[in-house]
Design a binder for this molecule. Sequence first.
Ligand code: IFM
Length: 459
Amino acid sequence: MSFEPNEIKQLAQRFPSKFTFGSATASWQIEGSSQSRGSSVWDDFAAIQGNIKDGTVADPACDSVNRYKEDIELLKYLGVDTYRFSVSWPRVYDFKNDRPNQAGLDYYSNLIDGLIEAGIKPTLTMYHWDLPSELQEKGGWQWPGITDEFAKYAELLASKFADRVDTWATLNEPWVVSFLGHATKIHAPGLGDPRAGFISAYYQLVAHGKAMKVLRDHNVNRAGTVLNMTEILSDFEECAGAVKHVDNLQNGMWLDMLSGRGISDYTKESTKEFTDWSFVNEEELKLASEPIDFLGINYYTPNRIEPGEEQESFIVGQDAGVYPGSGNVKFVSREPKSLMGWEVRAESLTNTLRATAKALPGVPLMVTENGGAFPDQIDGDQVHDPERVDYYFQHLSACADAIDEGIDLQGYYCWSLMDNIEWAEGLEKRFGLFYVDHQTQKRTAKDSAKFIKELLANR
Ligand code: IFM
């Protein structure tokens, strides 16, 4: 580790007293108990051999539906202020019988009550990728009717939880849904159609806007949405055009829609080989810019571009294919890297926060996910993960740097509370603060959990 114990205290004290610390998870990655809910696109995707590396399916995941009380104890151990979880849409609504699923609603209601009782504020993400299969059959995020379905879903959740949830996030990382799930076949629903990527981007943000209106009608405490954003780097002048294009697909295009700038001429021009954007309706597009109380940023790694052909080795989210139209460039990542192959570079987090604050003035920011898959060394009842500890130290310092610059950063969530299903990568890539034995479901605090606990205790 590259820091001294007293530096933990110094770091803790760089954050204002109102700054909220939390940890995050997502329904399909941790819940299990798929029999007590409807099917989602991720169940359908996982059922096809080869889609998920190690053949992992939704069950048992971390069995959190049955172990949520134990998971609240993990949060209490850390001393976090808030827990970001996502609701599984097919768990709370039974699309086969067209009615709410009371048992599913009760599960989240109990989780929320348990958190509040533990003094932990619930942060609820409405949609972290597990779209009900019945909605996918209608066209999913390419079907115009999806936006009203999402508004109905917001109404269902808000009517039950508006008074108890502290922070609402409508979407998680729509870029991933569009470009890993629609433009390519890396994630569910696995379409491999770049045009579908752009259509789904648009309808996700319109759905977000409609949901925001519903949440406002229910006077929720705080609501916004979550994008995965990063800095695009290149040492090569000839890559300037590709850097601009990738930056736009990753960051700019979404911020334009959220801020009311709509679909820019640059976006239209640079994507014209895939779409003419004729599905856009200006009235509807305005909904995407419903005012938000915060923007969540999920940050892990920068993207680095060089001239040349993509190589064989596959790194999730880091290849020209997931940025349609980026031309003859390859994505490279430098050491140090996480087990995902993602370059570790904390200053890119500060730079991303700065760039976002500039593009979306007046909107408070939160880092709604940050963390990494690193080797865990099991030693009796201890789990040593020095690289993850170091990652957290560096990235929290990068957040403090942003605050020092005057950027309105209000919170930070570690990804993830516990090892879980890393989507198409299966169970092998572990991001948790708590190690999960996938045979017994035993959770063990890693050194990174102890680090976060100590940091929070020193505030
Ligand atoms: O595990 C994912 C999470 O579901 C969304 N953000 C990125 C994480 C790591 O890949």
